[in-house]
Design a protein around this ligand. Structure first.
Ligand code: HEM
Length: 414
């Protein structure tokens, strides 16, 4: 019997045997639906602008990125369409061809010249809509993804700074050099020519693991732990359909949402000086994994799957451990695809290091993120993490050949 996507998910979620489909629903001893493929970490090639889904989501992060939010200054839907077309044209061109060197001394150079002599293109550019895009300005209220609300304050240990939170659009550009990503920001901002202002911006980086397990490259976050291990395998299309991509009307969403994805982006400042003063044992119990190998504390290697029924008292992996709360593997927890990167931005006013994780997760339903976040509330990790920015967004579906990002939304509005 052919199952609809919704039926497939429902059937899978109700069955332990379906652990092969939903890693979050893994039963005892089920192999993780995880692989290093699609998570190469470095040396990434430019991705394709056109397709059913946007680039920059399934492949693991490139080495560098810039995330920035835009607030639109245009007044109507025509202006919004213009902004989306401009963004699309620039991103497409940045992943497809190098910028021309300036030659005419009497002209303002089209390009800033930052990348002259560098044989590297942008790896990806991804664009997502914030809840504010669906306010009265553009007449799109009835087309808002159903669960797209502004990120609330207080989900964890939050001190949200309004100047670092929300925004009409989120743009994430990724590259294999820091200046390739920043060049993309410069070109986009210049093209927009005042039709949008940058609300907040965060420079990001990650690096490939130096001792990867076979068929796996997970990166380390700034607390020194491997990050990304428990992710569902991005190379499994059916799994990604269940976990990441909206099915549009089939999910009870506006039809234009099909192929897009809900985005939770949270700027998680790590209280790094405090963290570095704790014993290895304590640090490992906070996460539930070994720092060096990345193995769960009831296993030996990174690829081992934690088996919670065999640890009913939490003797090996405490009940409060981050991984046990984030994914209890109880057959009910919904999955998400995490694509977090690190950030550093100098010191704060007290001279403390201002660095942490730009947590990014993509999910088919916002509940997947919200339920995980709810389970994590009050976890020991919170002692070391303050959320001060980011937002909730919806990544547009991928543009078909000849289309621009968000075209389905604009056309649905008539
Ligand atoms: C600074 C904050 C955070 C840090 C440092 C952090 C770090 C980690 C680490 C080291 C792991 C284990 C390796 C892995 O599977 O990737 C992990 C797992 C995970 N984290 Fe986080 N994380 C943070 C915040 C969050 C948040 C806010 C969420 C979602 C609300 C989340 C969801 C998850 C999930 C779903 C897993 C996989 C658990 C599993 O399948 O076993 N994390 N995180």
């Amino acid at each position: 019997m052919a199952l609809s996507r919704r039926g497939f998910l429902g059937a899978a979620a109700g069955s332990v045997a379906a652990g092969v489909v939903l890693a979050g629903c893994e039963g005892e001893g089920t192999a993780p639906a995880t692989s290093g493929e699609g998570n190469p970490g470095a040396g990434q090639q430019p991705q394709s602008f056109h397709g059913a889904h946007q680039m920059g989501i399934l492949p693991g992060p490139a080495s560098y990125a810039v995330a920035f939010a835009l607030d639109l200054t245009v007044a109507d839907r025509g202006g919004l369409a213009d902004v989306l077309q401009t963004l699309s044209a620039r991103i497409k061109s940045l992943v497809e061809k190098p910028s021309d060197d300036p030659t005419d001394p009497l002209k303002v150079p089209e390009d800033n010249g930052m990348l002259t002599g560098l044989d590297a293109l942008l790896v990806s550019g991804t664009v997502a809509a914030g809840a504010s895009l669906f306010d009265a300005r553009f007449g799109l209220q009835s087309l808002k993804p159903t669960a797209l609300d502004p990120m609330p304050d207080g989900l964890a240990r939050d001190e949200l700074d309004p100047q670092r939170t929300h925004g009409d659009l989120l743009v994430l550009v990724q590259g294999e050099h820091a200046d390739v990503a920043m060049h993309a920001v410069r070109r986009i901002v210049r093209d927009l020519g005042g039709k949008a202002t940058v609300r907040w911006l965060l420079e990001l980086f990650t690096r490939p693991d130096t001792t990867p397990e076979p068929d796996r490259t997970t990166t380390r976050n700034l607390m020194g732990f491997k990050d990304g291990t428990g992710n569902p395998d991005p190379t499994l299309d059916d799994l990604m359909d269940d976990v990441v991509w909206s099915a549009g009307a089939e999910d009870g969403e506006p039809a234009w949402c099909a192929g897009g994805s809900y985005v939770a982006a949270r700027t998680l400042r790590m209280m790094i000086e405090e963290w570095d003063g704790h014993t290895l044992d304590h640090q490992e119990k906070v996460f539930g994994r070994a720092k060096v190998s990345g193995a769960p504390l009831d296993g030996e290697k990174e690829t081992d799957v934690p088996v919670y029924p065999k640890d009913p008292a939490g003797a090996k992996i405490p009940f409060t451990a981050h991984i046990r709360l984030a994914n209890p593997r109880d057959g009910k927890a919904k999955l998400m695809l995490r694509r977090s990167m690190s950030y550093t931005r100098g010191i704060d006013g007290a001279g403390l290091l201002d660095q942490g994780l730009f947590f990014v997760s993509y999910q088919r339903t916002m509940q997947a993120f919200l339920e995980a976040q709810q389970r994590l509330k009050g976890e020991p990790l919170e002692q070391f993490v303050i959320t001060n920015g980011g937002g909730f967004y919806f990544a547009f579906p991928g543009p078909a050949e000849g289309e621009y990002l968000g075209q389905g939304l604009i056309e649905a509005a008539g």
